[in-house]
Design a protein around this ligand. Structure first.
Ligand code: KIV
Length: 300
């Protein structure tokens, strides 16, 4: 049992909406920050019920929701539909919209316009963008300058996974780890309110944590970060296969869904469904009257 102070009671219906100052306070208190992805109303309701701090409408929706095998094909308009649905299911967590590939890289104007659409059209309170290179940092600074909070994302950045050599851990040499450190510091300097560290050795994360003042949320980056994020479908097993090494699976919902739909199909084929309990009734005299009318109608 931890004796650390907490600033929110997760399932308390009166709990305060998450804000950026509260997030910083959580970091200061070493109170672990919980983040999860959500892409629709039911997943957002689950996040709300669990009292998580941050909800990300991730571009992982490309794979989890839309069936692509990479995150790059998802369109901004797709993300807006998903983010609006998630928004309707949330009250307390801070809602962050992921900027999809191709929606922010071209210019600062494009990045600001996209971020504003996430805020105005979907009700996101912040946005996330990938990468800590020069142009990503410039975009982050521009969006922050326009008054929209930005979360950065370094390490494995799936939008540019091909350029990084595939979906694999990053920062496994001193040089590569130092580059991630420089990117993280540059994003912090650009005004990002928090960072995601993805697929980075735990020992590297520990070294970098000492350099950073803003909250760091890890996914496959070990236990030293200020919080953790997992993809909703990964943690609930709504997928085929096991997924990345860092995923901990808390349920096996794909199997449960398959079993449920299979049982339904079997019931229909065997005429076990619907039963009397699933069927509406009508008074016998009304039925008699109907039969009489139908007979009369037939004779006419
Ligand atoms: O798109 C996403 O789900 C993400 C998380 C893995 C952080 O970027």
């Amino acid at each position: 049992m931890s004796s650390r102070p907490t600033i929110q009671t997760p399932t308390d219906p009166g709990s305060l909406p998450m804000t950026l100052p509260l997030l910083m306070e959580k970091k200061r208190l070493a109170d672990p920050i919980v983040m999860v992805t959500a892409y629709d109303y039911p997943s957002a309701r689950a996040a709300e019920a669990a009292g998580v701090d941050l909800v990300l409408v991730g571009d992982s929706a490309a794979t989890t929701m839309l069936g692509y095998n990479a995150t790059t094909p998802v369109e901004l308009d797709d993300m807006l539909v998903l983010a609006r649905a998630a928004r309707r299911g949330l009250r307390t967590p801070l809602l962050i919209g992921d900027l999809p590939f191709g929606s922010y890289e071209v210019s600062d104007e494009q990045a600001i316009t996209t971020a504003m659409r996430m805020v105005k059209e979907a009700g996101c309170e912040a946005v996330k963008l990938e990468g800590g290179g020069e142009s990503s940092v410039r975009r982050a600074r521009a969006i922050v300058g326009a008054g929209i909070p930005v979360m950065g994302h370094v390490g494995l950045t799936p939008q540019t996974a091909t350029a990084l050599g595939g979906w694999k851990a990053q920062g496994r040499s001193a040089g590569a780890a130092a580059r991630i450190a420089a990117e993280a510091l540059a994003l912090q300097d650009a005004g990002c309110f928090a960072l995601v560290f993805e697929a980075i050795p735990g020992a590297v994360t520990e070294e970098l944590m000492a350099l950073l003042e803003i909250p760091v949320i890890g996914i496959g980056a070990g236990p030293a970060t200020d919080g953790q994020v997992l993809v909703f479908h990964d943690l609930l097993g709504i997928r085929d296969g096991l997924g990345a090494r860092f995923v901990k699976r808390y349920a096996n919902l794909q199997q449960d869904m398959n079993d449920g739909v299979t049982a339904y199909a079997e019931d229909v084929r065997a005429r076990r469904y619907p039963g009397p309990e699933h069927t509406y009734s009508i008074k016998p005299e009304e039925l008699d009257e109907l039969r009489a009318q139908l007979r009369a109608g037939k004779q006419a």
